[in-house]
Design a protein around this ligand. Sequence first.
Ligand code: 13P
Ligand code: SF4
Length: 324
Amino acid sequence: MTLSIDRTAPLHDRVRHFIPAAEWPVFADDIDAILTLKRQRNAVILAHNYQTPEIYHCVADLVGDSLALARLAQTTEADIIVLAGVHFMAETAKLLNPEKTVLIPDQEAGCSLAESITAEDVRGLRALHPGAPVVTYVNTSAAVKAESDICCTSGNARKVVESLGVKRVIMIPDEFLARNIAAETDVEIITWKGRCEVHERFTAADVRDVREAHPGVIVLAHPECPPEVVKEADFSGSTAVMSDFISSRKPPRVALLTECSMSDNIAVGNPEVEFVRPCNLCPHMKRITLKNIRQALEHNRHEVTIDPAIAGKARRAVERMLAI
Ligand code: 13P
Ligand code: SF4
């Protein structure tokens, strides 16, 4: 134990604002074991921006938004990919790496958006709106992607919609993302009734309250927030776009209307920025822990598999997005 505390001391330095020295022994043993297992097994850990700081800053090899994680999954040379994020992200990594072992540390790490729609629902929408291409948010199952023409993320949604060169698209399943994109483009957007359970809870009144309590604050909202929240905010973008905004512009005071770990993670690289934290936790992202990442590497679990009958079509929709 003392050895692992010594070996991981430089990592503790990165997260000392969140994890007091007295608590570090609880984390050090797992972190030390994960670093060794990664080397032994030629594994990489891809972590979403919503993972907790000890995962994001101490064991992840690559971090980013959903789009970056898909791109990084496409280029890694490792034999094993551990996806520290939710199930649809691991499925996307597997679609792009059918030969590799892709592990998700907790199979129950789902997503309210992915849960909101089935392949049959997509077929129903196509029948209702013949000829309109289906643009599907990556926050969906492989079966839903397989019914789609192309995927998108919050980082490229407008570009994807406009790349199709049509007047009308079906954009599923996030109603708010679709309405936020519709406000930025002339393309008519038909959507679905899915919601992110984390972002739907923010209100326009929250934005006004934050501004009143913290004068001068710059408010950034994720595009999964309701349109009236995005309208009240100063800027909206994917988690990576928000992170780039802060690193490049260094606003003195910001509020990120998104998942709670996001501010913690980017605060580490931006000590001069004051983060106001009116955040909501994603219970699915929080299912991933150092303990289950260690177990994933020790016992090869839980391996992501995709029905070959849908994998080919789902892969095409993701690859078409990545080609843009
Ligand atoms: P991005 O990281 O792509 O912005 O997505 C946010 C999200 O909610 C993923 O679950
Ligand atoms: Fe899904 Fe929202 Fe959680 Fe992201 S934050 S995984 S969109 S429920």
